[in-house]
Design a protein around this ligand. Structure first.
Ligand SMILES: [Zn+2]
Ligand SMILES: [Zn+2]
Ligand SMILES: [Zn+2]
Ligand SMILES: [Zn+2]
Length: 123
């Protein structure tokens, strides 16, 4: 069966068109920006997500700069802003603001704290 590949908008890697995540850079929405909470497409020009109503911009917990929520990496410091879902059979990358996993629906505890802790540990 023929597979069609398309470049990831975040890192340029050629990946399967039906991928929900880029296997190389682990970003959600490899072919367009997605709201990390409800997975609807969002654009930088929007003020809020048309589906869940959350602002498309947020403050990075690592550097305090403004960053677009459709990208998993901070616009200001370039650090990834996702943590893994803690449910052992899932492990889906989740945006630090998510309170529930978008894949398995399990609650995510202290994602923001976890992110800050991880970034400090990696130095
Ligand atoms: Zn990528
Ligand atoms: Zn949304
Ligand atoms: Zn940042
Ligand atoms: Zn999960």
């Amino acid at each position: 069966m023929a597979t069609y590949k398309q470049p990831c908008i975040h890192c340029g890697e050629m990946i399967e068109r039906d991928s929900r995540y880029c296997p190389k850079c682990a970003s959600n929405g490899p072919f367009g920006f997605q709201c990390p909470s409800c997975l609807k497409p969002i654009q930088r020009e929007q003020a809020i997500c048309s589906d869940c109503g959350r602002a498309v911009m947020t403050t990075c917990p690592l550097c305090g700069g403004q960053t677009f929520r459709g990208a998993i990496k901070c616009d200001a410091c370039g650090k990834p802003l996702t943590v893994r879902c803690g449910y052992k059979y899932c492990g889906e990358p989740q945006y630090f603001e998510n309170t529930k996993c978008t894949l398995c629906g399990k609650p995510i505890k202290d994602a923001k704290k976890q992110l800050i802790k991880e970034s400090k540990g990696k130095k």
